[in-house]
Design a protein around this ligand. Structure first.
Ligand code: ANZ
Length: 975
């Protein structure tokens, strides 16, 4: 999945008054440096063959592990030794990737033992960009792989698939520039991604690989569209799009920068066009309610809630007055969340695009209102609703009656009210809404306080008081409405009740969520399966048996110039006939947005080759829902919301059995580029310390290499001149900053296991973290140490002996304790997705094991199994060297024995002045202070201590505590 380029207006939640805009622009992918080869890549290439697009992968290799080993040994001899290698990962890794592929180790069979528990762990599938994998990808993929491997070893049936979100703008843009068909570019990129992923040893079931661009896949995307259409959840509407007359094309929001096209800088205007919309708003309430039971980050749930933006309130009617001050038959409906403040509504505001505006404006104000409307259409909704922006508006020349107190109040036109939310009109209460307050002060409109906080009179407030409180100044005996003295909540209920009874309004729930704009004027997307009759223009859905409606071959992908999508050029494809009436018809030339394919792919993985159904019912019932879904936080709103919407529709029509698709969502953190150190020079070219750089204003920045930098206190300074402080900063990886790390380089230099381990060891999985090459060296050393502990030291020529140094002796108690502590911690930390601390536990274990004379097989085998989800290649090789002939992928994961987890107690003799006076029971490893306190509490021993001053204590942990008394000094008060 990539950060999708959105075309036009997406399902939108708009910030309104008092609402902060919570969803920031999605983070873009890291990008990647051009593929470079370094020492060692030779070996990787050998085994990372690219396979055909969409084809299932078949290994061409025959023979068992030994045969593979021989082949590899042969290759090894031809290779140059690489100094940095702590162990022969360059031989081991391709060997095991090869083995897994040949033996289909990670294949999840179609027919499985469903009495076993299941675990479906899914990555947000990538957009196969031309840049290849970046180091951000393996972060999430390693985590899911560890979980998948761990659960397999715990006896679960695991579904761990991978595929491609392969429609998208870059391939089409490339096609426009070069004429290369997007299919070719996509295929090339998929092959590259696949081989890169394989080089990292992920345990995907490659047999289930899918691409959203494959007709067998998008047949079902189209099928879902037909179901939506059947249920009135897909409809057509005129919607404004970004139209660039000079380029003759519709542009995505991201292709428009400051009102001009990114390409060429031509003006872009908003133009209404016929579009397909999906009625996600019909599911707003369920999308909101069902969030509660999900095991998702609170921040993501909150973002979804804000995006849906449920507001409870009322619609109130305000009759417009004619020139004589009498009620006309035009009424303005406003949406308010604060009906309790109705007596304080001293003016109305209608949005510049309000449908009634032209019938309201007085002749005298006509000119000003027109000018104002014109200005407003050039601003985005975001600009209009920005809290800090000065409010502007014009008087319409017209008044309306406040239904609560009968007052005539002015109607204003102002762009801080949006046409697209609520009713596009508000009752303005300047005493209790900050925007209205600012506006009323500017245009000299009366401010009436109607809510009083308990402790202060409202006039003490220079600003609006937007809170709840006790209602004041709110009674009208003629209408029988009196809310004075009520608390805001009660007053709101009473006003709504009164309004409903008198016909002045009604209770109303509003959502900020908008329907989803579902058409794109692009070639490289799923064709929309409908036709239009030539004579009547009627829309006819394709029959299900006509699916898939495949994309026609095109040679020219350039825009048509008329705003018609590129498919308009496929003349013979467009012309068709309606099968039921035989009438001539035209095909739809818009395509679906990239979101479509990613909305439901998790279902197809359960049954990827089913040609009769989207997914087999039993398979779906077994595998649903996805147990753990890992991906970037940039998908917190739209992708997850769209998928949930489709899933709920599929639930309603009986295709899926669960209300929600993803039980647990985890967002991995972002990997920032290596820390960069910046120094500053003044205009004479001399270095100046960072704190003066701002003062001078004209300083020149210079990047300083790490080796010329030292840490001094909390700062970084120049090694040669410690007076010069530097600025240290980590930036998001980007090509332009030149701080992108290519995983291929890391793999060739340190091996895939080191990359996997490093990505997990960098810090808590969910946090952002900075890349640091010396960190990889650290984990690489750990792997090397583990290898040498088990295999033994290399001979002088650098080769390792076969087998291991494991002995067949029974492990000691100390060894068992070390091991079981490690098992317990590693298990707990994998389950809690705290992978970094799991690695620390293994490092501690290895440090302890280095102190042992012997490495008992029982201990070593268990450690190898513990290590295997993290560093599977090395673990498999060690397992093989330990004498096993099958992969360890399905070996039971070690279980911690509680007996070895308890700290045991020992009997510690206590001496006073060298004479044994008793014994105490202490925990093994007990600290001196604790041992002494226990001794002092012991009845037998304490009597030798009472009233005595202590000269010193001699403590040998586990052996003895000797307390030496000061014979000269006796504690005051004793005797
Ligand atoms: C009177 C009032 C008094 C309001 C008060 C607020 C405070 P949310 O919670 O975001 O739904 N509003 C309604 N429609 C609007 C539009 N199209 N553009 C801008 N503002 C709009 O906000 C609802 C509140 O936002 C409504 O309640 C309305 O102002 C304003 F002390 O009505 B209120």
């Amino acid at each position: 999945m990539k950060v999708h380029l959105q075309t036009h207006v997406q399902t939108q939640a708009l910030p309104l008054r008092s609402h902060a805009f919570l969803f920031s622009t999605p983070a873009k992918s890291f990008g990647s440096r051009k593929f470079t080869t370094k020492k060692g890549t030779f070996c990787l290439r050998q085994c990372n063959k690219s396979y055909g697009y969409g084809s299932s992968i078949k290994s061409s290799v025959t023979g068992g592990i030994n045969e593979v080993q021989e082949e590899e040994d042969e290759k090894k001899e031809k290779r140059q030794p690489v100094v940095k290698r702590a162990y022969p990962f360059h031989v081991i890794e391709p060997k095991w990737q090869h083995y897994w592929e040949k033996n289909q180790t990670f294949r999840t069979p179609d027919e499985i033992d469903t009495s076993k528990p299941k675990f479906y762990v899914l990555d947000m599938f990538p957009y196969p960009s031309g840049a290849g994998l970046h180091v951000g990808h393996p972060l999430g993929y390693t985590a899911t792989d560890i979980l998948a491997r761990f659960k397999r070893m715990q006896g679960y049936n695991v579904l761990h698939p991978m595929g491609w979100d392969a429609f998208g703008l870059p391939a089409e843009q490339y096609a426009i520039e070069t004429g290369t068909h997007p299919k070719i570019t996509t295929l090339r990129n998929i092959n590259r991604f696949r081989s890169q992923l394989k080089s990292l040893g992920f345990s995907y079931d490659w047999d289930r690989e899918i691409a959203t661009t494959e007709p067998e896949y998008y047949k079902w995307t189209q099928w879902i569209f037909l179901q939506l259409l059947k249920r009135g959840l897909a409809y057509q509407a005129e919607v404004p799009v970004n139209w660039c007359p000079a380029l003759g094309t519709v542009l995505a929001n991201e292709e428009v920068i400051d009102g001009v096209s990114e390409r060429g800088g031509h003006p872009v205007i908003r133009k209404p066009m016929r579009q397909w919309m999906l009625k996600i708003t019909a599911y707003a309430e369920r999308l909101l309610e069902d969030l509660d039971d999900l095991d998702w980050p609170d921040s993501v749930k909150e973002m979804q809630r804000n995006w849906i933006g449920r507001s409870e309130g009322a619609e109130m009617e305000f009759f417009v007055l004619d020139n004589d001050g009498r009620e006309s038959d035009i009424k303005i409906t406003v949406f308010t969340t604060r009906p309790d403040t109705i007596f304080g509504a001293t003016y109305l505001v209608v949005a510049p695009e309000h449908f009634l505006l032209s019938s309201l404006v007085s002749t005298a104000q006509q000119k000003y209102v027109e000018q104002y409307k014109d200005l407003a259409t050039r601003k985005s909704d975001l600009e209009r609703t920005e809290l800090q922006k000065e409010k502007t508006g014009v008087f319409s020349g017209c008044y309306a009656r406040n239904p609560a107190n009968g007052e005539a109040i002015p109607i204003w036109v102002a762009d801080y009210v949006l046409g697209s939310y609520g009713t596009g009109a508000i009752m303005a209460v300047p005493a209790h809404d900050t925007r209205d307050h600012e506006f009323a002060l500017k245009y000299d409109i009366p401010i009436r306080w109607v809510v009083s906080p308990d402790d202060k009179s409202p006039n003490d407030y220079g600003n609006a008081f937007p809170g709840q409180g006790t209602i004041i100044n709110s009674s009208n005996s003629t209408l029988g409405l009196d809310i004075n003295g009520l608390w805001s909540k009660e007053a709101t209920a009473k006003v709504i009740e009164w309004a409903e009874k008198t016909g002045n309004g009604k209770k109303k729930v509003n959502y900020k969520l908008r329907d989803w704009l579902f058409a794109r004027q692009r070639y490289w997307g799923e064709p929309i399966p409908v036709i239009f009759l030539d004579d009547s223009g009627e829309t006819i859905p394709l029959l299900e048996k006509e699916l898939p409606l495949t994309l026609p071959e095109l040679e020219d992908f350039t825009p048509t110039g008329t705003g018609e999508p590129p498919l308009a050029k496929a003349a013979s494809w467009i012309k068709t006939t309606d099968p039921s009436s035989g009438k001539p018809a035209r095909r739809e030339t818009n395509t679906m947005p990239q979101w479509a394919g990613s909305c439901w792919y998790y279902l197809r993985f359960m049954d990827p080759k089913n040609s009769k159904e989207l997914v087999d019912k039993e398979k779906e019932r077994y595998w649903s829902p996805v147990d753990v879904y890992v991906g970037g936080a940039e998908h917190a709103v739209l992708h997850l919301l769209y998928s949930r919407f489709w899933h709920k529709v599929l639930y309603d029509i009986g295709v899926v059995s669960t209300k929600e698709p993803f039980q647990c969502v985890i967002n991995q953190g972002i990997i920032l580029g290596e820390v960069q150190y910046m120094a500053f020079r003044n205009s004479d070219g001399n270095f100046i310390s960072a704190e003066y750089a701002d003062m001078l204003g004209e300083s020149i920045q210079e990047k300083i290499p790490e080796e010329k930098v030292v840490k001094s206190g909390d700062s970084f300074v120049l090694k040669d001149n410690p007076k010069i402080r530097l600025v240290a900063r980590a930036h998001k990886m980007s090509k332009s900053r030149g701080n992108v790390v290519n995983p291929d380089d890391v793999v060739s230099e340190y091996g895939a296991d080191s990359l996997r381990l490093y990505e997990m060891f960098m810090g808590p999985f969910r946090d952002s973290k900075t890349w640091n090459t010396s960190g990889i060296e650290g984990v690489h050393r750990f792997l090397g140490r583990s290898w040498r502990l088990i295999v033994g030291l290399p001979s002088p020529n650098g080769t390792f002996m076969d087998g291991t140094v494991a002995s067949d002796e029974e492990p000691t108690l100390e060894q068992l304790r070390s091991l079981h502590k490690c098992i317990s911690k590693v298990t707990e930390e994998i389950e809690g997705t705290r992978f970094n601390t799991g690695i620390s536990a293994m490092m501690e274990f290895i440090n302890a094991a280095y102190k042992w004379d012997k490495q008992p097989r029982l201990i070593i085998e268990a450690f190898v199994l513990l290590l295997s989800p993290y560093a599977p290649h090395m673990a498999e090789e060690l397992w093989f060297r330990l004498g096993h002939s099958r992969s360890l992928a399905y070996e039971p994961f070690p279980k911690a024995n509680p007996v070895y987890l308890k700290n045991s107690t020992i009997v510690l003799p206590v001496q006073i002045n060298g004479k044994t006076r008793g014994t105490i029971q202490v925990e093994e490893g007990c600290k001196e202070e604790d041992a002494f306190n226990l001794a002092a509490e012991d009845e037998k021993i304490s009597r030798y201590l009472v009233g005595k001053a202590i000269k010193k204590r001699i403590y040998v942990p586990g052996k003895i505590l000797n307390v030496i008394l000061d014979r000269e000094n006796i504690k005051v008060g004793a005797r």
